[in-house]
Design a protein around this ligand. Structure first.
Ligand SMILES: O=C(O)CCC(=O)C(=O)O
Length: 314
């Protein structure tokens, strides 16, 4: 399946207006409900997953930088995420409007839990915090942010090869993403692909978004190599998934996905991102702007009402 070519020579639309719009809209995210969030933090009771991860799954994540964990999320939570996505789709945030390319069947949104009670409930009470806890090796489990990736049937929007850490104004080792499909997913319907072991590479690549947002591109970082023209040189991992299965991956594991070439299968997915106690706020140029009023200074441990610590010490 053809993807947009990556790497040196890719022509990235230089859209200064789009970029500054991107920055200003993210800080507009509604953070006025902080006192309420502090209360929910104090009463959070995350459920257990359908099963705990096996020792070999945790070990494979450490070795490969990604695992597929089948049958870990109870159906009730998958259904709840679907309800949240529907609400986000009918009332996207200002940022969601910017990130989505609806005319090409692609919708995205970020920090949905700050706007949407369904996602708030998912952050504080779903099994996601406990799943993260199993792999973070940290006394605390803190929610970083949530993100929607939806590709309608026929969407020609690939997710370019990238790793996540260079998008983010944080640093530390204890960071994990859980990617949760709401629909069954195959490579035809935009299944994610990962390069096995790439989380150990020393490279730090430019952050390329699906809309090639120029705000995010740090000229000091490396271009992603042209993976699609050299697929036989890499160990690529991908899985067919059913609702209830999740992918768990390291923030430096290189990954991407093609457009959705299926004729009738929408591909809805929630990326739920979590950090442990060693992760600090580390603002850098060309990284994702943060919602206003997070209250953190450079070097502060990630936490507070915008980045709630959902599990403390077990
Ligand atoms: O769903 C996708 O296509 C991209 C997901 C992704 O890149 C991520 O969750 O980091």
């Amino acid at each position: 399946m053809a993807r947009s070519p990556q790497g040196t020579g890719v022509s990235m639309p230089s859209e200064a207006a789009n970029a500054s719009n991107f920055e200003s809209r993210l800080v507009e995210v509604n953070t006025t409900r902080s006192p309420e969030v502090m209360f929910v933090m104090a009463t959070a009771q995350p459920e257990a997953p359908s099963r705990i991860l096996s020792g070999s799954e945790v070990e494979a994540l450490r070795e490969d930088g990604v695992i597929c964990a089948p049958k870990v999320l109870p159906k009730a939570w998958v259904d709840r995420i679907a309800i949240g996505i529907e609400a986000t789709q009918s009332a996207p945030s200002a940022l969601g409007e910017i990130l989505s390319m609806r005319n090409r069947g692609f919708s995205a949104d970020l920090f949905m839990w700050l706007q949407n009670d369904e996602f708030k409930h998912i952050v504080f009470n779903s099994p996601l915090a406990r799943l993260a806890q199993q792999v973070l090796d940290s006394p605390t489990v803190t929610h970083w942010y949530d993100q929607l990736f939806l590709k309608e049937p026929g969407s020609d929007v690939p997710t370019p090869w990238h790793h996540d850490l260079t998008f983010w104004p944080i640093s530390g080792d204890q960071i994990v993403s859980i990617w949760i499909p709401i629909d069954s997913v195959t490579s035809e319907s935009s299944g994610l692909e990962f390069i096995r072991g790439s989380h150990t590479w020393p490279n730090r690549f430019k952050a390329i978004t699906p809309d090639y947002n120029s705000f995010m591109v740090n000229p000091e970082l490396e271009d992603m190599p042209d993976i699609d023209s050299n697929r036989d040189k890499y160990q690529l991992l991908s899985w067919d998934l059913e609702p209830g299965d999740v992918l768990i991956f390291h923030p430096l594991t290189v990954h991407g996905s093609p457009g959705n070439s299926s004729k009738n299968k929408t591909r809805r997915a929630l990326a739920s991102r979590w950090v442990g106690a060693d992760v600090v706020y580390d603002p850098k140029p060309h990284t994702m702007p943060m919602p206003a009023n997070h209250g953190l200074d450079p070097g502060d441990q990630l936490g507070g009402p915008i980045f709630p610590t959902v599990l403390q010490g077990g």
